[in-house]
Design a protein around this ligand. Structure first.
Ligand code: MG
Length: 288
């Protein structure tokens, strides 16, 4: 699945903590977050890197909904937003049961338009990736939002630090990382797999794969159903059952990744200070 002559290219070096890469095929660009620098950056093959949004409210994970709109998790404002075609910002979620969210971390949109995101406390633990604050929520939950009604529902409440998430290409499963190990040596550093029910709830939750060293943060599926996950020492690839298939070794910790390029066969990797890319022998799944 890797190409023997393809090498990892460093497209940009100058982030403090790169996260949330998302590919815009219509614009031919990649947008990602540089959380502690409170900005989002944009890379295009011809023009290189420029600022997409600053200040970004300490934006973290990004995705696109099925109408192509940018959906962003913001630590600083503790909310999930959508950027409309005219540039206006719509708040998708900023509270649950009248209390502020912790700091939304990563987000995916299902083909029915529902928006699913994780809400660990990383963005309120210090003033580095947001603004230090006491959590108002009882825990760190995984949420689903109905875009029509705005209703917000807890779909999983037994995570220490829910983090990256992705639907399998057929959307029968949702995989969610628990990176609790980042602040607790006895905490989890694994990815769990849930069945998605007809009513858009989750069942199961068995461990799909452990990631070590470090923790799994963000990940994406390829169109064969393999999972490409971030790890401390690079990128780990797992088959649909969670068996390890291979790795891409990198010198800096990886937070997140996404497939992009016109053929979705270029893996863009947010790796601490850098944005890297490598052509691979598979194509990313159609869902963002
Ligand atoms: Mg994350």
């Amino acid at each position: 699945m890797t190409l023997p002559i393809a090498e990892v290219e460093v497209l940009f070096d100058g982030c403090r903590w790169a996260e949330g890469p998302v590919w815009f095929n219509d614009l031919g660009c990649l947008i990602w977050s540089d959380i502690p620098n409170n900005r989002m950056l944009r890379w295009t093959p011809d023009q290189g890197v420029g600022v997409f949004r600053a200040a970004s409210n300490f934006a973290n994970g990004n995705t696109r909904d099925r109408e192509g709109r940018l959906v962003t998790c913001e630590h600083g404002t503790r909310r999930v937003t959508r950027t409309e075609p005219d540039g206006k910002i719509t708040v998708i979620a900023d509270s649950y049961q009248g209390k502020r969210l912790n700091s939304p971390n990563d987000v995916v949109v299902k083909s029915d338009g529902t928006i699913w995101f994780t809400d660990p406390t990383y963005g309120i633990l210090s003033d580095y990736e947001g603004f230090k604050a006491e959590p108002e929520q009882e825990g760190c939950f995984v949420f689903r939002v109905d875009p029509a009604s705005g209703e917000i529902t807890v779909v999983a409440d037994d995570f220490v630090k829910p983090n990256g998430l992705a639907f399998s290409p057929d959307e029968t499963r949702l995989l969610v990382a628990d990176s609790g190990f980042s602040h607790d040596p006895d905490g989890p550093h694994h990815i769990r797999t849930f069945d998605v029910t007809d009513t858009n709830n989750l069942k199961g939750g068995a461990v799909f794969a452990e990631v070590s060293p470090g923790v799994p943060d963000g990940f994406r599926f390829d169109d064969q159903g393999n999972l490409w996950s971030s790890a401390q020492d690079g990128v780990r690839v797992f088959d649909p059952e969670g068996n390890p298939l291979g790795r891409i070794k990198l010198p800096q910790m990886v937070a997140n990744l996404t497939f992009g390029g016109p053929r979705r066969n270029r893996l863009f990797i947010a790796s601490t200070h850098t944005l890297c890319a490598v052509f691979v022998g598979v194509n990313g799944a159609q869902s963002p």
